[in-house]
Design a protein around this ligand. Structure first.
Ligand code: FUL
Length: 498
């Protein structure tokens, strides 16, 4: 690939919306509705609203637990494929207003919006385009119906940080006409009513990683060919039957291996910024089933998913389904509390970097800038960084600590305002005169948690960036002492090798 092509690629940068979600990269998903009470994953839009009657619903419990686990936002199924609306809607009778819950006066979206506000957690909504109940489905009127639902949700419940548009559609298997959704119209309504809202999955802001088992690619790129993000492509790779839905939750190998390397991009000439999102459930299903209480993911497994996704330049969307009482089950609560503790402990022992050196830099872009992670919730563009003055084949950054520490990981962040550039890097340490390779990495992007191949006791590390699309812009480097947990277990390695 020549310099001109590379320059074209590094001109592609995230929108402010995309920067915000890449900073606040761990969100929770909640699947809850008639399916919870019928023991189903997909229901066909004929279940009676009578069955929605949680005995002890407590949405504040959802928010508190998920916030403790580390989630910055919660995306709730306002309407799943069955078409049942979990809010007081004027668009259909198939809604919570015809259920016994609070004698038809209940509104789970409202309850959740209030709880999120109280605990300072963002609220996002999943509104399934595929609707198995609506009489309009399959006709042009359905777009009006869908847009009216979007309008209610975006105007009555305060700020909605994300609308999650699912590509799954089994209309043809139902023997019905498949709706030609007017996605452009949906986007323009969302943009008009709520310009900051992120449109995920079948939308322009966030891309589905391509599986639902918690795996991101080893090298996850943000700049990809525009073609790959078209709604048609997303829908074509989404589920069309319930069997496929269950298969996706388990399968490991459906990722297109490479959609962002230089070689791959050289076949295209139109690119977009498109962060990957890893959506995965804490349980085998998306909805709660009592029979799965013994199959809740272990803390170790959740932690690996976290490091692999959030630490691999992707977003994590972790689904936690409330049970029939209307609460997150004790089994899941226990895992989530421990997950929150483990995430905090991962970063708890940051090592003081006494000295840092790197190739010459412009006046303001000093190497010491990388020692402070600049996080400003109100201005995601305000970041400082280091960049060398000259282009070169290899860039070296040397770190020295005040004394030896037992080190096992490093966190690196590229300043994505300058796109994503690093393609290969290595981390070494000089221990007793011997140069030891600790990490052999590829992409960095907005976040890389580099778990070393071995823990070492050392007072120095060297980062060597040996392949880069143009000179690097590094925003943050943090080095951490081991917290005693081994994240380099065989399964984790397998996930990373993908
Ligand atoms: C899929 C749906 O079919 C599942 O039920 C679930 O909502 C998942 C997040 O997306 O496409």
């Amino acid at each position: 690939m020549n310099k001109e092509q590379l320059n074209k690629i590094i001109e592609v940068v995230p929108s402010t919306r995309q920067k915000s979600i890449q900073r606040e990269n761990f969100n929770a998903f909640i699947h809850y509705g008639l399916n919870t009470f019928a023991g189903k994953e997909w229901s066909d839009g004929t279940l009676s609203p009578d069955i929605f009657n949680p005995s002890n619903q407590d949405v504040e419990q959802w928010v508190k637990v998920l916030k403790y686990a580390g989630a910055k936002g919660i995306i709730f199924t306002a309407k799943h494929h069955d078409g049942f609306c979990m809010w007081q809607t004027d668009t259909t009778e198939y809604s919570i207003k015809n259920s016994p819950y609070k004698e038809g006066k209940g509104d789970v979206v409202k309850e959740l919006a209030d709880a999120c506000k109280k605990y300072n957690v963002k609220l996002g909504l999943y509104l399934s385009p595929w609707d198995r109940n609506s009489k309009f489905y399959g006709t042009p009127e359905y777009d009006d119906y869908y847009c009216a639902q979007l309008t209610e949700l975006l105007t009555k419940y305060g700020e909605i940080f994300c609308i999650w548009l699912d590509g799954a559609c089994g209309a043809e298997s139902d023997g019905k006409t498949k709706q030609e959704y007017d996605f452009k119209r949906y986007y323009s309504i969302i943009r008009k009513l709520s310009p900051k809202t992120i449109i995920s999955n079948c939308g322009p802001d966030v891309r589905w990683v391509g599986n639902e088992n918690g795996t991101a690619r080893k090298s996850e790129w943000n700049v990809i060919p525009r073609l790959i993000t078209s709604e048609e492509k997303v829908m074509a790779s989404s589920q069309t039957t319930e069997k496929q839905n269950m298969k996706l939750l388990k399968e490991k190998d459906i990722l297109a291996k490479d959609i962002g390397s230089r070689d791959f991009l050289s076949k295209f000439d139109d690119f977009v910024w498109s962060p990957a999102e890893v959506d995965v459930s804490i349980r085998p299903g998306w909805f709660y089933h009592k029979s799965q209480d013994s199959k809740v993911r272990s803390v170790k497994n959740l932690m690996r998913i976290y490091v692999n996704s959030v630490g691999g330049n992707s977003l994590l969307l972790l689904n936690v389904p409330p049970d029939r009482s209307g609460r997150i089950n004790d089994v899941d609560v226990e895992r989530l509390v421990k997950l929150g503790d483990r995430i905090k402990s991962l970063y708890s022992k940051q090592i003081f970097i006494a000295k840092i050196t790197a190739p010459e830099h412009e006046g303001a872009n000093k190497i010491r800038n990388v020692l402070n992670y600049t996080y400003n919730k109100n201005n995601f563009d305000a970041t400082s960084y280091y960049t060398p003055r000259e282009e070169s084949d290899v860039y070296e950054i040397k770190l020295n600590f005040d004394k030896p520490y037992k080190v096992d990981k490093m966190r690196l962040v590229e300043n994505v305002c300058f796109s994503q550039r690093v393609e290969e890097f290595k981390i070494y340490s000089n221990v007793k005169g011997k140069k030891i390779l600790l990490y052999n990495g590829t992409t960095i992007g907005y976040n890389r948690i580099a778990i070393f191949d071995k823990r070492v006791i050392t007072d120095n590390l060297t980062i060597v960036i040996n392949k880069c699309r143009a000179k690097p812009y590094i925003e943050f480097i943090g080095v951490y002492e081991s917290d005693g947990y081994n994240l380099k277990a065989p399964l984790f390695k397998r996930l990373l090798d993908k």
